[in-house]
Design a protein around this ligand. Structure first.
Ligand code: SF4
Length: 284
């Protein structure tokens, strides 16, 4: 069960994305997957390269579109464990509509967002996760836009699994990804993954000073959605751990009529051609 391949990542030394790659590989092995059982689908950005660094099926898609591709893969072959991945610019700007609708659809895939609060691949512009006042080449006098709060957004969109990790806490991150893979529905895992080259504000030290672990909050209950929202607001979203999980809500697959039949990827195509021709004939 080795999810490593021979491709050497070309991330900057110290980039938080290295840990996310390692965490996905460990989590996949821990839940008993083989490389041929996993598909990693990514978008565009430094983080988007991750699909090429993991020994599994993979697809490096276009900007903001990892989720439509990942959902298509899952619907065509439910036997695959599907992980979509990308950065905060990819998922919370151009891909935001896909993020929201994937959440409310609750299709059984895991979405891991490497959140570094900046556009790294294009050399340092303000992203949807940058705070007000954040100075970059695109906002030399400081950003005047409010940052997106993905965890709160996910809760209001009806998410059934919401979690947040930090690149340096590999143990917690592996556990969260394992739980996300096992969750029967859409799991969103936002990972604080520092960009050491362009973001000199939200550094490893900054996160260590500002993050609170939910496991340190007495009585925190991830089954309580109201408590999850209140805790996020109290800590300005800077918490790590399993924020919320609803194990009762059915996944998209469970609700789709006829989904219990053979996966499309394994269907008898000659039989399907006959059905397709019949269907087309009805519309003629
Ligand atoms: Fe990572 Fe930033 Fe370098 Fe991109 S530019 S590889 S996000 S450290």
């Amino acid at each position: 069960k080795d999810f490593r391949n021979d491709v050497k990542p070309n991330w900057c030394p110290g980039c938080g994305d290295f840990s996310v790659q390692a965490a996905i590989q460990r989590a996949a092995a821990n839940v008993g997957l083989e490389p041929e059982n996993l598909a990693v689908i990514s978008g565009i950005g430094c983080s988007g390269r991750i699909s090429g660094y993991i020994n599994s099926y993979g697809f490096h898609g276009i900007h903001g579109r990892s989720l439509p591709i990942a959902q298509g893969v899952k619907m065509a072959n439910r036997d695959l464990t599907v992980i979509a991945s990308g950065g905060d610019g990819d998922g919370y700007a151009i891909g935001m509509a896909h993020t929201i609708h994937s959440i409310r659809r609750n299709i059984d895939i895991t979405y891991i967002v490497m959140d570094n609060q900046i556009y790294g691949l294009t050399k340092g512009q303000t992203s949807p996760r940058s705070a007000v006042g954040f100075k970059t080449k695109s906002t030399p006098m400081g950003s005047i836009e409010q940052a997106v709060h993905p965890m709160e957004m996910a809760l209001t969109a009806g998410a059934t699994f919401v979690a947040q990790g930090f690149s340096t806490d590999l143990k917690e991150l592996v556990a969260l990804i394992e739980a996300g893979i096992k969750h029967k529905g859409f799991s969103l895992i936002n990972v604080f993954s520092p960009c050491v080259t362009y973001n000199k504000v939200n550094t490893y030290d900054w996160f260590k000073e500002n993050l609170t672990k939910l496991s340190d909050i007495e009585g925190y209950d991830p089954a309580n959605r109201e408590m999850a929202m209140q805790t996020l607001m109290k800590h300005n979203g800077l918490v790590t751990g399993l924020i919320y999980q609803n194990k009762e809500h059915p996944s998209y697959q469970e609700l789709v009529h006829g989904y219990s039949e053979a996966p499309l990827a394994k269907a008898d195509l000659s039989l399907n051609q006959e059905h397709f021709d019949k269907l087309v004939a009805e519309f003629m």
